[in-house]
Write a new protein. Structure first.
Length: 128
């Protein structure tokens, strides 16, 4: 299994795209032509990807245990969370009240700091 580098993100030099993950995949290697350094890829459902890909634009995919979740599992977790929230409204109200009490106590315990005066010195330029 390999990841394919997304070259389109390299062209976009905007700050918003700077930290975006630049790898697409994972894909299965359908055929490897080692002499030329090119690979044919296919998706998990065995749909072949169009074209060939250079080894320079691929990297090995390493799966970490417990890091990935299936989309169906996420949807089921959301449904379970909705069901729990319906049954636990009273608990939430109690938690909100407790949080408000804690916030009030914190406000009472805070020390008030008043600003002190300050002076800004701007350097002046002297013509030589």
């Amino acid at each position: 299994m390999v990841l394919q580098h997304n070259a389109k993100l390299e062209l976009d030099k905007s700050i918003a795209k700077k930290l975006v993950y630049k790898w697409i995949g994972p894909y299965h290697v359908k055929k490897a032509i080692v002499e030329k350094g090119i690979y044919k890829l296919e998706e998990f459902d065995r749909t072949p990807m169009l074209g060939t890909y250079s080894r320079n634009w691929l990297k090995k995919f390493v799966k970490h245990e417990g890091f990935y979740e299936l989309v169906k599992a996420k949807e089921e977790a959301k449904e379970e969370a909705k069901e729990e929230t319906k049954g636990n409204k009273e608990d939430k109200e109690e938690e909100v009240e407790e949080k408000e009490e804690v916030e009030e106590e914190e406000e009472e315990n805070e020390t008030k700091v008043e600003p002190t005066s300050f002076e800004i010195k701007v350097p002046t330029l002297i013509a030589a």
